[in-house]
Design a protein around this ligand. Sequence first.
Ligand SMILES: C[S@@+](CC[C@H](N)C(=O)[O-])C[C@H]1O[C@@H](n2cnc3c(N)ncnc32)[C@H](O)[C@@H]1O
Length: 166
Amino acid sequence: MDSIAFRPIGIIHSPHKRSEEIPIQPVYAGGIQGRAELFPEYADGLQDLNGFSHVYLIYHFHKTTTSRLIVTPFLDDSPRGVFATRAPCRPNAIGLSLVRLLRIEGCTLHVEDIDILDDTPLLDIKPYVARFDSRADARCGWTEEVDEATASKRGLRQHGRACGDA
Ligand SMILES: C[S@@+](CC[C@H](N)C(=O)[O-])C[C@H]1O[C@@H](n2cnc3c(N)ncnc32)[C@H](O)[C@@H]1O
């Protein structure tokens, strides 16, 4: 198949300047604020978004230089298939973060719980809709083997591993 080219619709700004210091999911980045700044030509697309408390930011892991099919996720020490993880070093370096939408000012979305590097190219925004996205019977594979204390320590990068595949 031919390659597909996306053009960013904006830039994500956050206090995170170094990839290896960023919490590994929004749930471990509680209260950390950032901004998704849309390019003005997309402003009309923000209409009606302010009624949503959470949005998915979809973006390019622009600082990822490698792609692997087997990775060691940050949460765990066992090698896993990349598609069973959220590791950035994927064949298509696309990130997905569910963040809290604080407010919209013009073309700027002020968000919270951000686990994204400053200056990350934004590809899309989608609203979180509990009716569509929440699953009471979800199974969560190998992640269920990781107890919550370990998960939060690792998610907050407090366990001392220098740099994993995340
Ligand atoms: C495990 S990934 C999860 C990201 C997202 N929540 C997801 O599930 O796709 C989180 C890590 O991605 C890395 N990261 C964030 N923004 C990045 C970027 N623009 N380029 C490369 N790596 C990035 C940081 O090291 C962060 O700790």
